[in-house]
Design a binder for this molecule. Sequence first.
Ligand code: MG
Length: 343
Amino acid sequence: MNGLRMRFEAGELSFREVFEVSSNARRSTKIIDLEIYYHDQVGYGQASFPPYMVENREKNLEFLSNLDISRLAYPFRFAEIHQYLDKVSPVHRPAKAAVDMALHDLAGKLTGQTVSNYLMLEPKAPLFSSFTIGIGSDEFLLRQLDKAGEFPFLKIKLGAVSDYNRHAIDLIRRHSNLPLGVDFNQGLQDRETAIRMVEWLSGKGVEYIEQPMPVASEDDYLWLKSRSPMDIIGDESIQTPQDIINKKELFHGVNIKLMKCGGIYRAHESVRLARQLGLKTMLGCMVESTCAITAAAHLGALFDRLDLDGSLNIADDPYTGMRLEHGRIIMPGGAGTGVRKAG
Ligand code: MG
């Protein structure tokens, strides 16, 4: 059989530690594992579903069941492939990301190149990721700080409670001089609270602040951006390339993730667009396995900041691929994404 064939199944990944952000705390994540076969090659993909995303796994499974992947003659024509995926559904982007990364994996394997090579994006210098610290007790924060070891940059999750926010940053500052970014995951409710927080944080060596207010607060973002001494980065507000165009005035930069935009092809399109519009760029991930994070890392050379530590909290990672050594991204090598089944 020469056409493309696909199989997928629902699964769940357990975390090593509870991961708490402003909106929720959880100890596992729902996923879909996916494989696409072409001749004797297989490409790996994965979709993940954090609870704060609008997408749900059951609908994404339904979307995958409705795809006729055998109508795609080759795993190469990504514009056509995404046209087809978007025709079947305008949303279901985590499932599209899984299909897209499996096809990129195949395209690399069939041409004998890594994905970054295939896309002519081979990094010229080493790339580094930040280390993310969730919300928690003093003991938890210090333990995470210890785990961060020699990472060059920390990203701290903060939330709605001002006392916690100040206490957590002061505690971290007593133990670390590393540059910091903070992520509120929409936790601050109004612009006055946000500007007070931004001004306080700017005195603490914080370099950027991610999604401080809810997605709907567009006027408040415009107001905050014009007054903020540090970069305001849009994450939940920015899902698709079109969002980057529509909301370019609201943020200094955007956090681009495969699960939000629908895979490597759309993330590539998003980062080129963001750069053309003069926005700062961050490549992020969900808490998810090495499969999806390695796929994303192939685009790393195009971004100002990388936040790709999401698999460190996975207890039993089903894949091997990219590793982090003191924050430095070590790609697995080998054709395609380089992702392999573990064990
Ligand atoms: Mg974020």
